[in-house]
Design a protein around this ligand. Structure first.
Ligand code: HEC
Length: 115
């Protein structure tokens, strides 16, 4: 009897660990953090876009709208940014972002509209 319950415990603990890992990574994928979005934007997007909250007179690429301008466009929404970042962008190299990165950049761009 006691031998049997020990084997149940041994069987159960890796399962519990796996469940914990799965729920942790699910929770993580849903987190949109504008601070992470800003860091990503400064690394990946600033070659062409002005990504900061205060536009500077000289745009990095005159064809790329600043993120402040994007945030103020009537067509801009969280969904529009996410769709845009997933579809191909003719003048942009193929930038591969995972879902959390896309969500974070969208959250960051939307946060600029308040400035
Ligand atoms: C190689 C230069 C380049 C890079 C790098 C770049 N962009 Fe762009 N982006 C452009 C240009 C040019 C446009 C305007 C023309 C167009 O829509 O293709 C644009 C347009 C956009 C628009 C669309 C605005 C609208 O009209 O709806 C969004 C949103 C955007 N970029 C986001 C990003 C994000 C986020 C990144 C970083 C992950 C990024 N871009 C990196 C050049 C770039």
């Amino acid at each position: 009897m006691s031998k049997r319950s020990w084997s149940m415990i041994k069987f159960n603990s890796p399962t519990a660990l796996l469940a914990a890992v799965v729920s942790f990574s699910n929770a993580n994928a849903q987190t949109a953090d504008p601070a992470i979005g800003r860091q990503l934007a400064e690394t990946v997007c600033s070659a062409c876009h002005q990504v900061g909250p205060v536009p500077t007179p000289q745009p990095a690429n005159s064809k790329a709208p600043s993120f402040v301008d994007i945030s103020r466009m009537p067509s801009t929404s969280e969904l529009a940014i996410k769709v845009f970042l997933r579809s191909s962008h003719p003048t942009m190299p193929n930038i591969i972002l995972d879902q959390q990165e896309t969500d974070s950049i969208a959250a960051y761009i939307l946060s600029l509209a308040k400035h």
